[in-house]
Design a protein around this ligand. Structure first.
Ligand SMILES: NC(=O)c1ccc[n+]([C@@H]2O[C@H](COP(=O)([O-])OP(=O)(O)OC[C@H]3O[C@@H](n4cnc5c(N)ncnc54)[C@H](O)[C@@H]3O)[C@@H](O)[C@H]2O)c1
Length: 495
């Protein structure tokens, strides 16, 4: 895949800072140029939120973080970068001049994306010498979590550049959707603008306050939109009669008097004040960073739920997350199946806040998840990777006995070690321990049995020779270790 190894962010505000976080967490060395006196502090806060969100988002092996450097000049920042992302304020004159500066200083083959929310690329690329590699790459906030980038080419943009940008974005967990024609505000912001106008009317006319309006969205169609968008949702609304019936039923309402979409509300001081006061009453008790963390945790939860959608194949943004995780597993350095005579260290992690229950400890099923993730790591180690599974073979867990011995708390660093017990490789019988890293306290154990299967035939078969070659030496090396005391315990047995 078309990996980016060096990136530059010109402008490091809300959007530029979050682009930088996205790049750095994807293992890309990134330079930022932003003359704002507090740029470093602001970006380090965004980075901290992004890292926190990623810890909750995925257990896939994230690459070693890229470096993050603040440059003294735009020229220094873009030198050697393969992807340059412009995210300066939304003013055509400023963006044109910044893009022209980037154009002169950058490698002629470097891709140059603009984060603009609405300016068209033909206007932006006007003063560039190599405009063919410039395009709009419009992301959504928070850029480090939301996967969409609208890719829009101008008159001088090469189509191959958009395809290249799309391929490169996939390697940082984003999806580039190429928009057919350039148009002010592209697709997403046009929809949002229409929605925004109607919302402003509803507030101005005292139909409801900001909190009621937000509740209407988040308790209803906001939930639907995250998973099926507009047309697929309406298709269902048409019932068995389908989309044609839906359109014939609701089409006429477009000309009913209740839509004010084409009238622009008078955005006067009174309306600004009204919205600000209502918004303060609604959300003013929490700071922006706190709201960001709540938003991120909710988004992570939604994306994880969508990952389980469509019977585990993943749906919408959940499918994209699953594709990104598959990419991370594929590109991560393979852990070596070192057949030493000692238990294997399979997993290291830190307990995130989403894993804490009402008792203030790591919730019960997360212990099981740690062991499931450790088993996956063991399988990766012996060559049971995404390709192996896709080709029709896998190991299924058939039995598992977890003991909870001590509590893990928020932020604890944990690790899992596994001893392989004697087995023929068609079965993998293991005994795993979950430890607290600070004092090596054993927190939980799991005796685990997996069976190799042909998923197409739905029956147990021996593993393919390549897997057996790695697995057998591990089982043999561990055969000399004494069996842990708790092997074969029954539930409820006294210590
Ligand atoms: N905020 C959003 O939700 C959102 C979403 C998608 C796209 N965008 C677009 O992203 C761009 C940036 O928006 P933002 O919300 O991050 O704005 P922002 O005001 O938070 O950040 C802009 C940053 O650019 C810096 N800057 C100004 N002049 C510069 C220069 N000459 N060189 C380098 N840096 C310079 C500023 O110091 C500031 O830190 C805009 O084009 C906006 O339309 C914003």
């Amino acid at each position: 895949m078309a990996r980016i190894s060096k990136a530059a962010c010109i402008g490091g505000g809300v959007i530029g800072g979050a682009w930088a976080a996205r790049f750095v967490l994807a293992g890309i060395d990134t330079k930022i140029f932003d003359p704002h006196p507090e740029a470093q502090r602001l970006i380090s806060e965004v980075m901290a939120n992004a890292e926190r969100a990623y810890k909750m988002l995925t257990r896939a092996p994230l690459p070693v973080k890229g470096t993050l450097n603040f440059s003294e000049s735009l020229e220094e920042a873009v030198r050697g970068a393969e992807w340059i992302q412009e995210s300066v304020p939304e003013r055509l004159d400023l963006k044109r001049s910044v893009l022209a500066q980037i154009d002169i200083a950058a490698d002629p083959k470097a891709l140059i994306g603009s984060s603009t929310s609405g300016l068209i690329p033909t206007d932006l690329q006007r003063d560039m010498k190599h405009p063919e590699r410039m395009f709009v790459a419009h992301p959504y906030n928070p850029v480090y979590l939301l996967p969409l980038v609208e890719l829009v080419g101008g008159e001088k943009t090469a189509r191959a550049v958009l395809e290249d940008a799309k391929a490169k974005l996939a390697t940082v967990g984003m999806t580039g959707l190429i928009i057919n024609k350039e148009i002010d505000a592209f697709v997403g912001d046009r929809l949002l603008e229409a929605f925004w106008r109607e919302a402003l009317w509803l507030i101005k006319d005292d139909i409801c306050d900001t909190e009621t309006l937000d509740n209407v969205i988040r308790y209803s169609f906001g939930l639907r939109w995250a998973q099926m968008g507009l047309f697929e949702t309406y298709r269902i609304a048409g019932g068995e009669a389908g989309m044609r019936d839906f359109l014939s039923k609701y089409g006429p309402s477009l000309s009913w008097p209740w839509t004010k979409l084409t009238d622009v509300v008078d955005f006067d001081d009174a309306l600004v004040e009204k919205i600000a006061v209502q918004s303060d009453a609604q959300s003013g008790q929490r700071g922006i960073r706190e709201l960001e963390r709540i938003r991120d945790q909710n988004l992570v939860g939604i994306m994880q739920a969508l990952k389980a959608g469509d019977e585990g194949r993943g749906w919408g943004a959940g499918r994209l997350l699953s594709d990104y995780e598959a990419h991370l597993w594929k590109t991560a350095p393979k852990p070596q199946a070192n057949p030493a005579k000692e238990p294997l260290k399979l997993l290291e992690l830190r307990v995130p806040s989403a894993w804490i229950d009402y008792n203030g400890h790591m919730t019960e099923y997360r212990y099981t998840q740690c062991f499931a993730d450790a088993s996956d790591a063991l399988l990766q180690m012996v060559g049971v990777d995404a390709d192996y599974v896709k080709a029709g073979h896998s190991y299924y867990t058939v039995e598992s006995h977890v003991r909870l011995l001590a509590e893990a708390k928020l932020g604890d660093a944990l690790y899992v070690k596994a001893q392989l017990l004697p087995s023929d490789g068609k079965k993998i019988h293991s005994f795993m321990g979950l430890y607290r890293a600070s004092d090596d306290t054993l927190l939980s154990t799991c005796e685990h049995l997996m069976l190799h299967v042909s998923s197409k035939e739905s029956r147990s078969v021996p593993p393919l020779p390549a897997v057996m070659m790695k697995l057998k030496p591990l089982i043999e090396a561990h055969a000399v270790l004494p069996a842990p005391d708790a092997v074969g315990r029954s539930v409820g047995q006294r210590k």
